[in-house]
Design a protein around this ligand. Structure first.
Ligand SMILES: *[C@@H]1O[C@H](CO)[C@@H](O)[C@H](O)[C@H]1NC(C)=O
Ligand SMILES: *[C@@H]1O[C@H](CO)[C@@H](O)[C@H](O)[C@H]1NC(C)=O
Ligand SMILES: *[C@@H]1O[C@H](CO)[C@@H](O)[C@H](O)[C@H]1NC(C)=O
Ligand SMILES: *[C@@H]1O[C@H](CO)[C@@H](O)[C@H](O)[C@H]1NC(C)=O
Ligand SMILES: *[C@@H]1O[C@H](CO)[C@@H](O)[C@H](O)[C@H]1NC(C)=O
Ligand SMILES: *[C@@H]1O[C@H](CO)[C@@H](O)[C@H](O)[C@H]1NC(C)=O
Ligand SMILES: CC(=O)N[C@H]1CO[C@H](CO)[C@@H](O)[C@@H]1O
Length: 387
């Protein structure tokens, strides 16, 4: 066979392979307009429908440019892997024209990939602190499994940046979530009823919890998260509603907190539950603390409004929590706060090398506080452990 024929054959094969393997669905081919003001709901939905129903791997592509988009649901199940590739900027409506509380919803999808180094702009500045239209969670994942979210940024979310509910086996890597330190309710990643969640290499600076782990969450690995400003990585709040489920197996490693109000926090309400709830098996290790108000905090009398009426002791039982190599500066006066429940004391709270000093240097005073807590601390402890 002549050489050119071979080359031709090869080219035909490549083109064929591309058609059968992976197909691109570009929103611009469906009439999307990147002028930053025309709403693109219809074009996006049509492109998604074709991508999701494609018999093979599909790329739902949003090219560079700025696209206005009202709240939308990208629903599965899809036929194969679906890659949501965001290269451009999506802008949320300031006056949410719907009753939706989430802007970009993903639901009932197995094998979803989100990537593309694009930006989700919630345009929160115009709604923070104002009542009226429902403010929008930027991205919501519900009933999603075996999926990856990477190389994306979310800026100025109106509410939570990313909400994860009832998901299994999801990885979030190399994403950036930012909003001002004083923006209300702009949690970074908030999850509930989910398991097998990996969060790695994520930069979060926001006005509420960097990561919030709520009822029914299990098997979560968090590493290389930079948090600040923000309220830290929190388990809870838990213990307010009777339908809550245990939280367990959370591993937080190699993270930095800079200028946050809290670092590693577990918070439960002191309100009566019909049953006891367990929060157990947490490991926190290799954590750098810079100028944090409450670096290590278990608060079982959580009451942010300061108005919780007749408090009873929390029915949430916290156990098997390990702190290892936690080091840095504290700008408050209590470095380690263990305010546990009188009726369900904290059990097996252990630590090794927890070394915290005052941001004010030698003139600062720093102590630890313990109530109703059992366990043991080993190695270097500064200030001295109160367990
Ligand atoms: C992380 O994402 C940025 C773009 O958002 C990209 O430039 C960088 O290469 C990514 N890093 C890794 C390790 O993937
Ligand atoms: C999640 O991953 C685990 C371990 O790989 C696997 O056994 C399980 O089936 C996965 N869950 C789903 C919903 O695919
Ligand atoms: C978290 O890491 C542990 C081992 O360090 C592993 O057994 C577990 O499967 C991991 N979980 C996830 C969600 O990746
Ligand atoms: C901590 O935050 C301050 C203020 O934003 C910044 O100047 C400093 O570089 C940060 N430190 C680290 C280690 O990120
Ligand atoms: C919990 O107890 C309260 C008071 O006894 C009762 O009114 C409520 O229905 C109970 N809820 C559940 C889920 O059992
Ligand atoms: C105490 O907690 C550690 C992990 O933090 C665990 O390895 C150990 O088994 C626990 N001990 C008991 C008696 O439950
Ligand atoms: C906070 C912390 O321990 N950061 C470390 C995480 O791991 C990388 C390398 O894997 C180190 O360079 C960081 O210092």
């Amino acid at each position: 066979m002549a050489r050119w024929m071979l080359v031709m054959l090869l080219l035909v094969c490549i083109v064929e392979a591309r058609h059968h393997g992976i197909q691109i669905f570009n929103v611009n081919d469906y009439g999307a307009i990147a002028d930053g003001s025309t709403d693109n709901f219809g074009a996006f939905l049509k492109a998604w429908s074709d991508a999701c129903n494609w018999n093979g791997k599909a790329i739902f592509k949003i090219p560079r440019g700025t696209y206005m988009l009202k709240p939308i649901l990208f629903s599965g199940p899809c036929k194969d892997w679906t890659i949501f590739q965001l290269k451009g900027v999506l802008k949320a409506p300031i006056n949410n024209p719907t009753s939706e509380s989430t802007w970009i919803n993903f639901r009932y999808i197995n094998n979803l990939i989100l990537n593309g180094d694009g930006i989700l702009d919630g345009q929160g500045a115009s709604v923070w602190g104002h009542n009226g239209h429902p403010v929008l969670i930027t991205m919501g994942f519900a009933f999603i499994s075996n999926s990856h979210v990477h190389q994306l940024s979310s800026i100025n979310s109106q509410n939570v940046h990313i909400a994860v509910f009832s998901c299994e086996n999801m990885t979030f890597t190399n994403i950036t979530l930012t909003a001002p330190g004083d923006s209300p309710n702009t949690d970074g990643i908030k999850m509930a009823m989910s398991q097998g969640i990996n969060i790695n290499d994520v930069h979060i600076g926001t006005g509420d919890d960097c990561i919030a782990i709520l009822s029914g969450t299990k098997n979560v690995n968090i590493s290389k998260v930079y948090c600040g400003p923000g309220h830290g990585i929190s388990v809870g709040s838990l213990g307010k509603h009777d339908d809550e489920v245990d939280v367990q197996d959370i591993h937080v490693k190699n993270c930095t907190f800079n200028g946050t109000s809290n670092g590693l926090r577990i918070k439960t309400w002191a309100s009566p539950l019909n049953h006891t709830l367990k929060a157990s098996n947490f490991v926190y290790e290799d954590i750098i603390i810079i100028d944090v108000e409450h670096p290590i905090n278990i608060d079982q009398e959580y009451c942010p409004s300061g108005n919780c009426g007749n408090e009873v002791s929390s029915k949430v039982e916290i156990s098997n929590v390990h702190y290892k190599n936690i080091e840095g500066s504290c700008k408050g006066d209590v470095a380690v706060n263990f305010k546990c429940s009188e009726s369900n004391p904290c059990q097996n709270i252990t630590g090794v090398n927890v070394n915290l000093w005052s941001s004010l240097g030698s003139i600062g005073t720093l102590t630890n506080y313990c109530s109703h807590v059992n366990g043991a601390f080993y190695g270097k402890q500064l200030p001295p452990s109160c367990i």
